[in-house]
Ligand binder design. Sequence first.
Ligand SMILES: [Zn+2]
Length: 201
Amino acid sequence: MKSKRGAGARAKLREFFLTNLNRVLDSKELRAAAGDTSEWARRVRELRTEEGYQILTHNDRADLKPGEYLLIDPKPIPAFARGISKETRAYVLDRNGFTCQMCGAVAGEEHPYDPGRKTRLQIGHIIDKSMGGSDEIGNLRAICSVCNEGARNLTLDRPSLQKLLIQIRRATASDQLAALEWLQKKFSGQSSDRPHQQKSP
Ligand SMILES: [Zn+2]
């Protein structure tokens, strides 16, 4: 009876978060949405840890107060990604310069192909699991939620150095400077002793 009631409260909260995307919810609303159970906070935690919903709190975002919750991305992180350690995740994101390896969107900035939506990065596979790819760190990369939604089983070619340089030469001076600043930031922040030194596949 108790677990059944808990599952019901969790489903109600899931529904409530999904119908209130991008809206900051407070503990009072969530408690009511869960059917006025004192266990609502535990159910919210389960949505994060067991179902992979990226429900943000003041620990994730400075503009949220304690007791405030926010769901932006309706898509939960896939189960395999939740199994990836914080260290591995941080390492992969750092290695990829906090940039989506398919479209180049930068974490936290407005998404270039989905204006108004902030880029959220997830960890994805370079070679998809369905094509024999592994969970090894060498087969992981940063990928944004927009690409992740449309890009299963696709492998996208990186631009060649020649094409990249041509694009940069054609860009405006201010865009070139922005690119320079981005590269400087990327390479100045890198530490020399990194965890998980492994060879790429
Ligand atoms: Zn992307």
